[in-house]
Write a new protein. Structure first.
Length: 99
């Protein structure tokens, strides 16, 4: 694949942010933020009962309305993780933890 360069031979900001290893932590943080931000779009039916709080080390932390919903979602946490990973086309979530 041909590298995109500006007229003066410099790399574009997009190329630097997406490929340089110094920015890997930034890319990971942005990906984690997108999971939290897109949770309601992926699971609109869970909006009244669950809220994505954060992603840390491939674990999604959900705040759940009550213990009944926590138990229900705990039984389906593998399906939830699979659906999120399919949405992002890569494994971004390995497990789900409840708050």
């Amino acid at each position: 694949m041909e590298k995109r360069r500006t007229r003066d031979g410099f790399k574009t900001i997009d190329d630097v942010l997406s490929k340089e290893k110094e920015f890997s932590n930034l890319r990971t943080s942005l990906k984690n933020y997108r999971v939290v931000d897109e949770f309601e779009n992926i699971f609109p039916e869970l909006k009244p009962v669950a809220e994505a709080v954060k992603v840390d080390r491939n674990s999604l932390f959900l705040r759940v309305e009550n213990s009944v919903w926590k138990c229900e979602l705990n039984l389906k946490k593998n399906l939830i993780a699979e659906k999120i990973n399919k949405y992002f086309k890569e494994q971004v979530i390995k497990t789900i933890k409840f708050l």
